[in-house]
Design a protein around this ligand. Structure first.
Ligand SMILES: C[S@@+](CC[C@H](N)C(=O)[O-])C[C@H]1O[C@@H](n2cnc3c(N)ncnc32)[C@H](O)[C@@H]1O
Length: 340
């Protein structure tokens, strides 16, 4: 089991860790009411004040070119899409409406993070595919921003899991350094819709292969090793993302050239539980009570944290060592991969 070599410096680090957890809660409570609101100048001043008080970026007005100059957005028409269950509708992001512009981004050394919010200073049309009247898929701002890194890193033979509207495959195929794109998609209707309406608008000279199957079945070393870069993106948000991400890590696959969509945001929930676990252990609290106090998937993470820290022999004596356990991606992935 990990042990602590307690000191004033470590007491201070634990205090900062707890404060960052409390600050996150306060910050979220303060900004949530703004989401979806049409921002008056007075409310904008208030929102900026909140962001500044937490040391977060307060430039919330967005440049419409994020959408307008995005090649997928500019080139691909979805207005012909009409199947028995999925159809196109035009939606408008109203001028000055506050929206999420990205998934959360870690900030600073502890657990404070930013939930980027922003607005456009003009009405902007966006395509939406609806399924039985409910939004099914749409290339929204937060998706465009959150996939940017994956777009940039793509080269050679690329692979992604989750076809959706083919946003990432399209942006990859436009890059000279990308030779081919392979996609694993579970839903044959998504593939059919893509092949009928969207694929004809893709550059025909480059190889695009779509495999119909479950991402988890394809997530293995022999398959992944065929590609220069892979990007796993078959979840909708951090909620279903954490469950899927845990299943992937439990496969204990060596995947050095693989990235996961919104991984930082997914890991934030994991870090939260790990932080509470470490705080509890540092103070000599009962681990069983701590685990029992967690709910659902968070309890699964708490149990994994317990297995992981029980199996370690580290003696922790510095803030750096604490922060490493909390933030190191390989450590967190190893923790989540434990099944018993
Ligand atoms: C968020 S969308 C992906 C967006 C896509 N990256 C793009 O660029 O447009 C998620 C996609 O994953 C697919 N999907 C969900 N679970 C899956 C699984 N287990 N295996 C493969 N595909 C899956 C869904 O049908 C959907 O098409």
């Amino acid at each position: 089991m990990i042990e602590w070599k307690k000191s004033e410096a470590l007491d201070e680090a634990m205090k900062k860790l707890l404060e960052s957890l409390l600050e996150v809660r306060e910050y979220l409570e303060e900004i949530t009411p703004f989401n979806g609101e049409i921002l008056t100048p007075a409310r904008e001043k208030q929102l900026k004040g909140i962001l500044l008080s937490h040391g977060l970026p307060s430039a919330i007005r967005q440049d419409p070119s994020i959408l307008k100059d995005n090649p997928y957005f500019r080139d691909i028409r979805l207005d012909q899409v009409r199947s028995p269950s999925v159809w196109y509708e035009k939606a408008v992001i109203k001028k000055r409406t506050v929206l999420n512009t990205d998934f959360l981004r870690p900030v600073g050394t502890y657990l404070l993070h930013e939930h980027p919010l922003g607005y456009f200073d003009e009405d902007l049309e966006i395509p939406v595919l609806k399924e039985k009247g409910k939004v099914w898929m749409s290339p929204v701002v937060s998706e465009i921003q959150s996939m940017d890194d994956g777009v940039k890193k793509g080269w050679g033979r690329c692979m992604t899991m989750g076809l959706g509207l083919g946003f990432l495959p399209y942006l990859w195929l436009l890059k000279d350094e990308v030779k081919s794109v392979t996609v694993v998609e579970r839903n044959p209707h998504v593939i059919e819709l893509f092949n009928t309406y969207i694929r004809p608008q893709f550059p025909p000279e480059k190889e695009l292969t779509i495999l119909c199957g479950d991402a988890l079945d394809y997530y293995n070393e022999p398959f992944l090793s065929q590609f220069d870069y892979s990007y796993v993106d078959f979840w909708e948000s951090t909620e279903d993302g954490l469950a899927a991400y845990i299943k992937l890590q439990e496969k204990k696959v060596l995947a050095p050239r693989v990235d996961f969509w919104i991984e930082d945001a997914i890991l934030q929930d994991v870090k939260h539980v790990v932080a509470l676990y470490l705080l509890n252990h540092y103070r000599g609290g009962r681990i069983a009570d701590f685990i029992a106090g967690q709910e659902g998937l968070m309890q699964t993470v708490a149990k994994k944290a317990n297995r992981f820290f029980k199996s370690r022999q580290d003696v922790l004596s510095t803030e750096e060592e604490l922060l490493f356990l909390l933030h190191d991606k390989e450590t967190l992935r190893a923790l989540l991969s434990l099944t018993r």
